[in-house]
Design a protein around this ligand. Structure first.
Ligand SMILES: [Cu+2]
Length: 323
């Protein structure tokens, strides 16, 4: 009898303990779940490298590991900008660029702005021989004022300059007044990541911009494959910029504005009726970059910042339907 009571008491205790353990376990699971969610959110937030422009500047870290990165470019200004990553040859730095590169481009541009394009082009012969070794390694496309864009790129170790060469209303390049910053990419490698896309784009000088024209509304991720690359008449390579345009906006105006070597090109303010939504900047042949954008129904174009983009098949329009 005594034993029986004891047994049942023990059973009761065991059951209580079991319940307690189960409850604790459940609680632990709950908090783990909660934590897991939190960690994931933090990871998603911290995963991207933020670049902020407030006033002719780039606020960002000075050093990152090599490999794949998503750059979140936050344009908190009234001007249209982009960022381009220039990989500099060994031993050359921002100091050398400020001394030997930026003044040459600005002097050439000033001639062009003042109606002397031939003298302007002649000035570019004064670029230092090592400038031809600079590797344009991708970046964002143009992004309109007060907008954010995300571009995902793979970077090799090295010394880079992050720059924007949109011009101020007086023709001064943004790079000359503060939009040029050094970025060191170390030999440490960033964690591997899974890259997917909703829309595939290929660009080449042979056939221009190629994509399948069934782009849907909502958040879309685009992959951009650079099938080839070349130096165009305005000394830059081809790239991809996504533009939303209002009905009636003149695409010839866009084509003209996209060429920095035109006095009226790549200058603030950007032409009315066009909203720039990012893209993937100039990269060497064989590379792929990614960008994403949230698309509302409307008229869009992919355009390169090269002269004569229409005849080069580098200004391609498409419509996003409300379905
Ligand atoms: Cu800029």
């Amino acid at each position: 009898m005594h034993n029986m009571r004891c047994l049942s008491a023990r059973r009761g205790l065991t059951s209580l303990l079991l319940i307690a353990v189960t409850l604790l376990g459940l609680q632990a699971c709950e908090s783990e779940k909660h934590k897991e969610g939190e960690v994931k959110l933090v990871a998603e937030r911290d995963d991207a490298i933020e670049i902020v422009t407030e006033n002719m500047n780039f606020k960002m870290v000075k050093e990152i590991p090599s490999g794949w990165h998503t750059f979140r470019y936050i344009n908190q200004s009234d001007q249209t900008h982009f960022f381009l990553l220039d990989k500099y040859p060994e031993g050359k730095t921002l100091k050398d660029a400020k001394k030997e590169v930026f003044p040459v481009f600005q002097e050439g541009m000033d001639f062009i702005s003042n109606g002397a394009p031939e003298e302007g082009v002649a000035v570019f012969a004064n670029l230092p021989p090592w400038f031809s070794e600079v590797v344009f390694s991708g970046g964002s496309g143009l992004i309109s004022p007060w907008m954010t864009t995300e571009t995902t790129l793979k970077l090799d170790p090295g010394y880079y300059i992050v720059e924007c060469y949109v011009k101020m209303p007086n023709g001064t390049f943004h790079s000359v007044v503060g939009m040029a910053k050094a970025l060191v990419v170390t030999s440490e490698v960033a964690p591997e990541r899974v890259l997917t896309q909703d829309v595939q784009i290929a660009i080449s000088s042979a056939v221009g911009i190629v994509f399948s024209d069934n782009i849907r509304k909502g958040k879309q991720t685009f992959s951009v494959f650079f099938k080839d690359q070349k130096v165009h008449e305005n000394f830059v390579g081809h790239d991809i910029n996504l533009v939303k345009y209002e009905a009636g906006a003149d695409l010839k105006v866009l084509e003209h504005w996209m060429n920095w070597a035109n006095p009226e090109g790549l200058i603030s303010p950007a032409p009315e009726g066009f909203t720039f939504l990012g893209g993937v900047n100039d990269m060497p042949a064989g590379n792929t970059g990614y960008f994403s954008a949230d698309l509302e129904p409307g008229n869009y174009a992919f355009v390169s910042e090269v002269p004569n983009s229409m005849s080069k098949n580098m200004l391609k329009t498409f419509v996003v339907k409300d379905e």
